[in-house]
Design a protein around this ligand. Structure first.
Ligand code: THU
Length: 142
């Protein structure tokens, strides 16, 4: 799929997924839309927990859901996030995948081919490869 079409397809699906975020502690809603190479889209949202540590990020929710349903070949993921009042994440406002999610993506996705699509609360977009986000990720076994 060409890049503009990819963005226009996946970004709205990620914002839609963010509506299901369970975020009573941070109030920060994250949504993900994970595209398989066959064209299936798995949504994910962050799911928080009163013990904090068990909280699951939107990206991992999407990946784990896909893997649990037998899909492991991924082309791209869109990730978006904002606070419930519409205000953006810190820094430049993009909800970049955390380090743990980058490592989880690296388990299944090619660092040079897999694309991470981002949109901040202001509507700016950015496309990165997984390798740009996670250089020198840990690999136990090829
Ligand atoms: N969060 C994600 O869902 N994805 C990330 O990559 C970074 C952080 C969630 C976890 C928590 O529910 C909230 O954002 C604030 O950290």
């Amino acid at each position: 799929m060409e890049r503009e079409k990819l963005l226009d397809t996946l970004i709205p699906r990620a914002w839609e997924a963010a509506q299901n975020a369970y975020v009573p502690y941070s109030g920060f809603r994250v949504g993900a839309a994970l595209l398989t190479k066959e064209g299936k889209i798995y949504p994910g949202c962050n799911i928080e927990n009163s013990a904090y540590g068990p909280t699951n990020c939107a990206e991992r929710t999407a990946v784990f859901s896909a893997v649990a349903q037998g899909d492991r070949d991924f082309a791209a993921i869109a990730v978006v996030g904002r606070f419930a009042d519409g205000s953006p994440a810190g820094g430049d406002g993009f909800a970049y995948p955390c380090g743990v999610c980058r490592q989880v993506l690296a388990e299944f996705c090619d660092p040079d081919d897999f694309l991470v699509l981002l949109e901040n609360a202001g509507g700016e977009r950015k496309v990165l490869t997984l390798g740009e986000l996670l250089p020198y990720g840990f690999v136990l076994k090829d």
